[in-house]
Design a protein around this ligand. Structure first.
Ligand code: ATP
Ligand code: MG
Length: 411
């Protein structure tokens, strides 16, 4: 990895004040005014350089988390594995401020920098900006903009990679994925979402190391998988998960069924195409939906083939899957509702229409049934009828859960 620092002026990199949220300047000015360094870093710089609108702005500094907290009246340290500070500019809006970190192991830092089988378990060894640049995952995510001077600092040749639309790991991919297997999922997400080309060694290493994904906390995986599925290009993300074997390790029960029953591949693809359409139109997508889709074949097998009954089949499906990807309780109940309402779509009586449309999750259950009807011609005539019925049903949105897993937007 090339280590020469490249510095780009405003005119060279083309990021101007208008591209950055004005509140970020306030935070940066406070840090710099108190003798610390402050840079805007990560996905936002990458997105602006790629001509996309950034989702949020992250700040990196040499101030420690407790020093950051002393400078801002509303700041909160969060995280264990990786301590960062949320600096609130008002009740709802906050920015992530993180201290430069190093992954260079020395005797004093070894205790804090704890690895298990090569995997980083805790990551709170502070360092310099250049050390911070090399501990990040991909070159395009490691660009630092100094708002004071307007200079963009590039330690890893990230600007060039952005120009060439290349997604490249900063470290040797096998080492990087071993340290944090989630980077394999991040690679697939950035590749599909940002239309970048992952270097061949990065891709090949995922295929070889896909099994390591099972070392990651199932709670962390719930969000990471959703980010791929809700990226606006989930269809491609799903195909890549299969190609690289990650799908097999993430959804082992579904995978087993999928191997002998290709119709579900079509079902997943159609569901993701639908999700992509909704995301790209800016419509709400319920996190439960895509998990209901991926777990449906296994649930059906338990319910219909093994005759376990709907409650038992649901319980077993979730219990089995939770060992790999932990689905929060709130979303489990929506999955249950979507599945349990499916048989009701075969009944077109007035009474049943009234019953079914009274559910707040009616829309999600109907969308699910509609996608099923695309692969099962016996359901088509019912789906067509419901298509007309649902036009009159005002969607009953529940606000609960909406923000919890929505993206952090501090723009
Ligand atoms: P997104 O558009 O999804 O927010 P992002 O790259 O900003 O993408 P974040 O999770 O917000 O992703 O992380 C911010 C930055 O922190 C990244 O750009 C990257 O530099 C670094 N980072 C995040 N996750 C990892 C990881 N698992 N390993 C190494 N660096 C990481
Ligand atoms: Mg981000």
């Amino acid at each position: 990895m090339k280590t020469k620092l490249e510095q780009y002026s405003k005119e060279d990199h083309g990021i101007f004040q208008k591209d950055i949220d004005s509140d970020v300047f306030l935070i940066s000015d406070t840090l710099i005014g108190n003798g610390y360094q402050a840079f805007v870093v990560g996905g936002c710089i990458r997105d602006i350089l790629l001509g996309k609108e950034p989702k949020d702005f992250d700040i990196a500094t040499d101030a420690s988390p407790s020093e950051i907290c002393k400078l801002f009246s509303h700041a909160k340290i969060i995280g264990r594995r990786f301590k960062i500070v949320h600096v609130y500019v008002n009740e709802k809006k906050y920015f992530e401020v993180s201290t430069f970190r190093s992954d260079i192991k020395n005797k004093t830092s070894q205790k804090k920098f704890k690895k298990t089988q090569g995997m980083i378990k805790r990551d709170n060894v502070f360092g310099t900006i250049s050390q911070d640049a090399f501990r990040r995952d991909f070159t395009i995510n490691s660009l630092y903009l100094d708002l004071d001077s307007g200079i963009l600092h590039d330690y890893v040749n990230g600007v060039n990679d952005i120009k060439e639309k290349k997604l490249r790991s900063i470290k040797k991919p096998s080492v990087s994925y071993q340290e944090d297997p989630v980077r394999m999922l991040r690679a697939l997400r950035f590749e599909s979402k940002l239309d970048l080309k992952l270097t061949s060694d990065c891709k090949e290493s995922i295929i070889k190391m896909s099994h390591l994904i099972n070392n990651v906390s199932p709670y962390r995986l719930f969000d990471e998988i959703l980010k791929i599925m809700h990226s606006g290009n989930g269809e491609v993300g799903y195909k890549e998960l299969k190609k690289t074997n990650l799908f097999k390790y993430l959804f082992p029960y579904t995978y087993k069924i999928l191997k002998n029953n290709k119709i579900y591949d079509e079902f997943f693809t159609l569901a993701l195409r639908n999700t992509d359409l909704r995301v790209n139109k800016g419509m709400h997508v319920n996190p439960s939906f895509i998990y209901a889709v991926f777990l449906w074949p296994y649930f059906l097998q338990l319910d219909e083939i093994e005759s376990q009954g709907i409650d038992e089949a649901f319980k077993k499906t979730i219990e089995s899957q939770n060992k790999y990807i932990a689905i929060p309780d709130f979303f489990q109940s929506t999955i249950f509702t979507i599945w349990s309402l499916q048989s009701s779509f075969l009944n077109l009586s007035k009474r049943n229409i009234q019953y079914l449309t009274s559910f707040s999750k009616f829309r999600a259950a109907y969308d699910f049934f509609h996608i099923r009807s695309l692969i099962d011609k016996d359901l088509r005539k019912f789906s067509d009828e419901w298509h007309e019925i649902q036009k009159d049903v005002k969607s009953k949105k529940t606000i609960r859960g909406k923000n919890r897993y929505g993206s952090r937007r501090n723009k």
